[in-house]
Design a protein around this ligand. Structure first.
Ligand code: 5AD
Length: 358
């Protein structure tokens, strides 16, 4: 096929994806395999228009508080995996977390994302108490959790305590690939059980993948796309895989920027109302990553609100950025960088438009 024909075919696929919000598995495969620079530009433009038709030129912000890096899991890609003895472990206490929230609230944040390594259920009481405290002190702010896999009862407790949203990427919908990324003790079935629980309980639920994770094939990405089409997440987290030096995947290549941007656009075209962040991994991958993510259809950024002294320890991957526009202290910088591409920060809670108030 000559270049021009391929382009025309790609454009046709992208336009139809926008119109019908889906394609056949073969067509998704063709889109992921055949997308050249000019089709990527077209996909980003279509996706951006769709995002703007729902959210205007507004970008929601979330204050990300990395509450601790102790983790019982041993995911091969992640720098805070249990086997990594080369990082200093920490856990923020309640007062420190509340102080982060106060600082964030003062700056205008109305969503706090509590993210941490996966701890045992013995940490549930403290977490429930923390959620209640945040709710009490900041009744008009949303609480998002990103704490990994838990028993159904723990999720129910967190929801009753007042948490609104939960982020749990499925990482991959393919069983063999899941096994390649995670040790035997973890299972795709449990991950999917958790996601089902979260949605049923009433959380605005986020899922997602790393683009270019070791062993990932185009076929796997098609499976992820079809899974998310069926699951209909409120939030979709997409970032490139980035290696961490103290993991078994230290020597693997980072995921590609182009493919990450294409997938953001594919998900935006399929899920016009989803909340899709321009992730820290994307901003770490490339100096323009955040802006390119927004121009590809993302509508959320999550500046780091953790105590500056602890940020280095939450090292999911090498060189993770946590300063400048990626930091809560850098909101002005973020504002200016958004302004340059025609966007403004929306300081509201920014709930998923897929959910009615509870
Ligand atoms: N590169 C990119 N993203 C990563 N995550 C964990 N490790 C890495 C890495 N090396 C992502 C996972 C997880 C989220 C909290 O961070 O997708 O769900």
């Amino acid at each position: 096929m000559c270049g021009q024909t391929a382009d025309f075919f790609m454009l046709e696929l992208i336009e139809r994806l926008r119109r019908e919000r889906t394609l056949s598995p073969d067509e998704f495969r063709a889109l992921l395999n055949g997308c050249d620079v000019s089709s990527l530009v077209a996909a980003n433009k279509e996706a951006r228009e769709v995002a703007q038709s729902v959210f205007g030129n507004k970008i929601y912000i979330r204050g990300l508080i990395e509450i601790g890096n102790r983790c019982r899991n041993d995911c091969y890609y992640c720098g805070i995996r249990r086997s990594n003895v080369r990082i200093e472990r920490y856990r923020l206490d309640k007062e420190t977390i509340l102080a982060c929230c106060r600082e964030g609230y003062g700056k205008g944040f109305r969503t706090f994302v509590l993210q941490g390594g996966e701890e045992s259920e013995s940490a549930d009481d403290a977490m429930t108490d923390l959620i209640q405290e945040i709710r009490k002190e900041f009744p008009d702010a949303a609480v998002t959790l990103s704490l990994g896999e838990k028993p159904t009862a723990s999720y129910e407790r967190f929801f009753r305590a007042g948490a609104d949203r939960y982020l749990l990427r499925h990482e991959t919908r393919n069983r063999e690939h899941y096994r390649f990324l995670h040790p035997e003790a973890m299972s795709l079935d449990n991950r999917l059980r958790c996601l089902g629980d979260l949605k049923r309980i009433g959380f605005q639920t986020g899922t997602g993948i790393m683009v270019g994770s070791p062993g990932q094939t185009v076929e796997n990405l098609v499976e992820d796309i079809l899974f998310m089409e069926e699951f209909r997440p409120h939030m979709i987290g997409i970032g490139p895989f980035l290696p961490h030096r103290d993991t078994p995947f230290a020597q693997c290549h980072a995921g590609s920027l182009a493919k990450t941007l294409l997938l953001i656009s594919v998900f935006r075209l399929m899920h016009p109302r989803a909340l899709i962040p321009a992730t820290t991994a994307l901003a770490t991958h490339s100096p323009e990553g955040r802006e390119l993510g927004i121009l590809a259809g993302a509508n959320v950024v999550m500046p780091n609100l953790s105590p500056a002294g602890e940020r280095g320890k939450y090292s999911l991957y090498d060189r993770k950025v946590s300063t400048g526009a990626e930091a809560a202290e850098g909101l002005r910088l973020l504002e200016r960088s958004l302004e340059r591409i025609g966007y403004v920060i929306d300081y509201s809670r920014g709930d998923s438009p897929l959910t009615t108030d509870r």
